[in-house]
Design a protein around this ligand. Structure first.
Ligand code: KG4
Ligand code: ZN
Length: 339
């Protein structure tokens, strides 16, 4: 049974997977996260990340040596992300493909996140998909593996980034999402009345930077991060999370009112947030839509989702010649564009 090797290194997670091309079963997945190393800087340091990938990726590949002969193709994330870290995965993929004489498949990281919905499952199209990650915030109309149209995006920060910045402002670690979520669970979401972004604007878009500044001012009024009590942190986290969710719900509700598709999904690192998952599930229910999310372990960056996209690309004969497999860093994506 031929296998597909997949590699992910777009940010601070090194991950490698093996997927059975015919059955789409996930045979192997391992990931080495660099969160601890970046935590002291309050965010990802690209040069450090690329050095850590150079150490971790060979360690992840080595245990698969006895299966190398079964590998029929290599899929690798080549855009978007940090150029220096994407390069580490792409170099390994090219070296492996040349060594074993197998084809390469370049995978768009955001398409990979959409395919996290289909790990060990058949694909399901069309679907409206909200992607909330550290790098991106967008709603997509997905009709197929290469038909993913952007319906709305953030005009400034992404949702994941705003969680990370709020944690940083409160003097907490990186990544901020899980830390803020845990604090929010214990807090009073009514205590700090933060402004819901773009509330009176007809525009269907997202904006998180004004909210971030409102959190900054609140921290100042409380006497700075050091002066905050645990109660203050919990209440501010809960108020922030409630406002982010209110903003997303208001805008996506408007968008769904214009669509006729029956399936709705939430993907990306932030989709591991349970309050977010239940708000999106409720929204789908309100519109009579069927709701989908990835298993919790595959919300954040991973190689299983890259592999799942890779096997469909393999079956479609969509290979990338080595000289055409280049790295593209992040760029601003606009509504109306296709991924
Ligand atoms: O998809 P992902 O792993 O990487 C990118 O493609 O960017 O997303 C990472 C982002 C980080 O900003 C992290 O703080 C956020 O996802 N995140 C969360 C949670 N878990 C991860 N945000 C809110 N609540 C969470 N539980
Ligand atoms: Zn991601």
């Amino acid at each position: 049974m031929p296998l597909l090797l997949s590699i992910e290194s777009s940010c601070d997670d090194s991950a490698i997977a093996l997927t059975d091309i015919e059955s789409k079963a996930l045979i192997h997945h391992r990931k080495i996260s660099q969160e601890r190393e970046h935590s002291r800087y309050g965010g990802v340091v690209p040069e450090l990340a690329s050095r850590l990938h150079a150490l971790s990726l060979p360690d992840l590949l080595e245990p698969l040596r006895n299966r190398f002969d079964e590998i029929a193709a290599v899929a690798v994330t080549n855009e978007p992300g940090l150029a220096v870290t994407l390069n580490e995965g792409v170099m390994m993929a090219k070296a492996f493909a040349a060594f074993k004489g197998v084809p390469l498949i370049g995978v768009h990281h955001l398409k990979g996140h959409v395919y996290s919905l289909f790990i060990e499952k058949p694909t399901r199209f069309p679907m409206i998909v909200t992607l909330l990650s550290g790098g991106h915030t967008m709603v997509l109309r997905v009709r197929g593996m290469d038909e993913m149209e952007i319906l709305a995006t953030s005009i400034d920060d992404s949702v994941g980034e705003s969680y990370d910045k709020v944690a940083k402002m409160m003097g907490l670690g990186y990544p901020g999402g899980p830390i803020v979520e845990a604090l929010a669970r214990e807090g009073d979401p009514e205590r700090f009345p933060l402004p819901v972004p773009l509330r009176n604007s007809p525009r269907i878009a997202f904006s998180l930077s004004g909210l971030k500044n409102a959190v900054r001012l609140t921290i100042q009024e409380l006497g700075g991060a050091e002066a905050m009590s645990e109660r203050d942190r919990q209440d501010l986290a809960a108020s922030f999370q409630r406002t982010v969710i209110a903003h997303l719900m208001q805008k996506i509700r408007k968008l769904l009112a214009q669509e006729t598709i029956d399936d709705f999904a939430l993907v990306g690192g932030v989709s591991a947030n349970l309050a977010m998952r239940s708000a999106f599930a409720k929204l789908a229910e309100d519109f009579g839509m069927c709701f989908h999310t990835a298993p919790l372990e595959f919300c954040a960056d991973n190689a299983a989702m890259i592999g799942r996209y890779g096997v469909d690309a393999y079956e479609a004969g969509r290979f990338t010649p080595p000289e055409a497999l280049t790295v593209t860093a992040s760029k601003k994506l606009q509504p109306g564009e296709k991924l």
